[in-house]
Structures are given as structure tokens and as C-alpha cells.
Design a protein around this ligand. Structure first.
Ligand code: PAF
Length: 291
């Protein structure tokens, strides 16, 4: 049975009981519009905890002024159904913003180095909003483990850094990106794509797969790996924000002329029409998106 909880106090009371009984709590933070990628996060949380809380909250502070906060899909009834089918015990979905941002709220969290480049450079206030809401959710839920998707790779590094720096006593787990049959990463934002742009967006998994193929053939220099990824993406994208290689932990970009000597992520952000998509592969670790 899945319980829908809208306020902090009843959620805390319910979880205090679980903890008293020695049960480990797992949390899956989401903004709702759940798809198979989210279901994989819930399945992982279920493997690692006895009580699973899925949070559903479209967090206003992580959207920039011209971003899609207002039109972000809100599908709570279906989301609760999906959580029920996955066996999550609790869905925490605040009825309005003031549950998590009560009047007078002003504290914000910054993780300046990990957020300096890539997404952080193009969405300057985004990670401040993410880090702040994630710590709020951790403090409300008190989980032993939280599960995030590796599609939002930089977000995973930001949350991991934040939890480590602030001694948040819990485990943070990232799980592989779930993809459509043609390799496109699942994202709630895919729903915005026109059929034509959806076709063109296949250039993203094609580009990442070309980079993985080059890596597997022994290429270790940044520039050719980026070039291999960029070509198919540039063929269909309306615009490209970045195709870049970065250190897989610090997220510092690697010089285009450098040879890769440590774990690196190849990350991209591109627009198809007005829809902005992101994706990545950790070189030497992730399989090619198109198998
Ligand atoms: O990845 C998301 O859906 C959001 O950024 C998160 C982690 C739920 C914070 O609002």
C-alpha cells in the first residue's frame, strides 16, 4: 500500500516509527512526471532500503527565469499509481511551495567549484536550487540512502559533494541512464519534442556512441572524442550549448588538447526546437547508448 503524504510532520512521524523498528529508509527525489528511468531509481531504492519514499516536487528554485517551471508536466495521480506498482511505501508530494519554502525562507546552498562549468555555466542558479532542495528533503526524510540517475551526472556529483562536505550521514547512489530503444535517454522533457525533433534528437545517442567507439578503439585525446560526439549532434540540433569532457568527480573541463589520464565524463547539452536535452557517458565505464 502506498501512502500519499502532503505535509512534513506526518511524514516525519511515519518515518520515525519505521526507524524505531530498525528499518532503513531510502529516498528517491523527483519532480514527478515519472517515467521508466524513475522506476529504475525506485527499484534500486527498494533493493537498498526497507521503506522507500518517493518525493514529488517541482522545485521552483532550480528553474531560471526563462525556463519551463510553469509548463513542467504535473501528473501526481499517475505518479502515485506508478509508485504503488513499484512497491514504494510513501509518496511525499507537498501541496504547495510553502511546505518546503515557508514564508521567510532565505537560506541557499552553493557548491561553487563542482557547479562552475557545463550545466552550471549555462544555468547559473540551477544547482543552488538543486542543492538546497535536496538537503531540505534529506533533512525532512532522514534517509539511509538516496538514489539519483546518472543522466543528470553533474547533479549527482553536486549532491555527493554537498553531502560529503556537510557530513550528511547517508549513502548516495547513482544508477545508469535508462534509454529508449533508439538510445535517447529518458527524460520528462522528451514530451516537449515535436515528432521531427524527436527524430533529430537521435543524434545525441549517436554522438555519444561514436565517442565510446573511438574510446574503445584506443583514442584517449579529448579533442577527437569531442569531435566524434559533436558531428551527429550538430547534424540535427537547433543549437549546442556544449560537448565537453570533464573530470568525472570535480566536473572541471579537460583541455581539448589533453590526453585523458583519469576517469572522465563526456557530457553534452543541445536544443531541439526549444527543448533542451542533456546526456553523458563516463568513458571506459558506460556502454555505448546505441548497443
Ligand atoms: O533530478 C531531479 O528531478 C531534480 O533535480 C531533483 C533532484 C528532484 C531536485 O529537485
Amino acid at each position: 500500500m502506498t501512502e500519499l503524504i502532503r505535509e512534513i510532520d506526518p511524514l516525519r512521524a511515519r518515518l520515525a516509527l519505521a526507524r524505531e523498528r530498525g528499518l532503513r529508509v531510502g529516498v528517491v527525489p523527483t519532480m514527478g512526471a515519472l517515467h521508466r528511468g524513475h522506476l529504475a531509481l525506485i527499484a534500486e531504492a527498494r533493493r537498498r532500503a526497507q521503506v522507500v519514499v518517493v518525493t514529488v516536487f517541482v522545485n521552483p528554485t532550480q528553474f531560471g527565469p526563462n525556463e519551463d517551471f510553469k509548463k513542467y508536466p504535473r501528473t501526481l495521480e499517475k505518479d502515485v499509481e506508478a509508485c504503488r506498482a513499484m512497491g514504494a511505501e510513501l509518496v511525499f508530494a507537498p501541496e504547495n511551495e510553502s511546505v518546503l519554502y515557508p514564508p521567510g525562507d532565505e537560506t541557499r546552498l552553493r557548491v561553487p567549484e563542482t557547479t562552475k562549468h557545463l550545466e552550471g555555466a549555462f544555468r547559473p542558479t540551477h544547482f543552488e536550487g538543486v542543492a538546497t532542495i535536496v538537503l531540505k528533503l534529506f533533512n525532512v526524510v532522514g534517509p539511509g540512502v538516496a538514489v539519483f540517475g546518472r543522466k543528470d551526472y553533474q547533479q549527482l556529483q553536486v549532491v555527493t559533494r554537498m553531502a560529503r562536505d556537510l557530513f550528511v550521514p547517508m549513502e548516495i547512489v547513482g544508477i545508469p541512464t535508462v534509454r529508449e530503444d533508439d538510445g535517447l535517454a529518458l527524460s520528462s522533457r522528451n514530451a516537449y519534442l515535436s515528432p521531427e525533433d524527436r527524430q533529430k534528437a537521435r543524434g545525441i545517442p549517436e554522438g555519444l556512441s561514436a565517442a565510446v567507439a573511438a574510446w574503445e578503439a584506443g583514442e584517449r585525446h579529448v579533442q577527437p572524442l569531442i569531435a566524434a560526439a559533436r558531428l551527429p549532434i550538430a547534424a540535427g540540433a537547433t543549437s549546442i550549448d556544449y560537448v565537453a569532457c570533464a573530470d568525472a568527480v570535480s566536473m572541471a573541463p579537460l583541455d581539448e588538447l589533453a590526453r585523458i589520464e583519469r576517469k572522465a565524463v563526456l557530457a553534452i547539452a543541445a536544443r531541439y526546437g526549444t527543448t533542451r536535452l542533456i546526456d553523458n557517458v563516463v568513458l571506459g565505464e558506460d556502454p555505448a547508448p546505441i548497443g
